[in-house]
Design a binder for this molecule. Structure first.
Ligand code: GLN
Length: 208
């Protein structure tokens, strides 16, 4: 599905994690993915995805490759940014259960708890209400050592909640604040393109 004539140049932070999965989702929607490994790759991008993976490793690599400060500037530039799972952690203004010295890029006025849904054995393939992502069918949602959003600031819209078990407290797993989007789950490892399509509409809105 091509959204319109212009081909949106969307970066995927390519230090570690589910990079190729996001690249494929963007290609399937007619956007032009650009793997971002060094600061120069941020030039002329219309938006950026920070993939799932391991936020502590991504943070360390971004520092090691001298990319952290320019990434932070890009995230705060008003362009559309999407973070899935570890990417959500990277976009949070505040995190709980980070490692010693772990910094985030920030931008989203939320508190995110790392590994909140438990260990690898607690990882789950589930479904969430599609809500703003569109369509009637439940949205497939893969949670892998996933964070949840513990609290949100007044400008943050909650897009989805999820209960790990029917007895569990519903937790916030998708949020948007202006052009910043984050999910605890990984739509990039499913073939459902609704979250990426929603994100590309944010990209388009920010560049018009
Ligand atoms: N627990 C990981 C972290 O802290 C996130 C897991 C994921 O992205 N699947 O970054």
């Amino acid at each position: 599905m091509i959204l319109d004539q212009k081909q949106w140049r969307v970066g995927v932070l390519a230090l570690q994690g589910s990079v190729i999965e996001h690249v494929r989702a963007l290609q399937a929607l007619g956007a032009l993915p650009v793997e971002v490994k060094v600061s120069a790759h941020l030039q002329d991008l219309d938006g950026l995805i920070i993939p799932g993976g391991e936020s502590t490793t991504m943070y360390k690599l971004a520092r090691a490759f001298d990319l952290f400060d320019s990434l932070k500037a890009f995230v705060h530039s008003g362009k559309a940014i999407y973070g899935s799972c570890a990417g959500m952690i990277m976009l949070a203004d505040h995190i709980v259960d980070g490692i010693e010295g772990q910094e985030t890029l920030g931008g989203l006025d939320v508190v995110v708890r790392r590994n909140a849904f438990g260990r690898q054995v607690d990882s789950a393939q589930s479904f969430v209400d599609p809500g703003s992502f569109g369509g009637d069918q439940p949205l497939p949602a893969v949670f892998i050592r996933a964070p949840w959003v513990e609290s949100v600031g007044s400008g943050v819209e909650v897009l989805s909640t999820w209960q790990q078990t029917p007895q569990s407290t519903p937790r916030v797993v998708a949020v948007r604040q202006g052009p910043l989007l984050a999910t605890s789950f990984h739509p990039e490892v499913t073939d459902d393109l609704r979250v990426h399509s929603y994100f590309l509409n944010l990209v388009k809105a920010q560049t018009n």
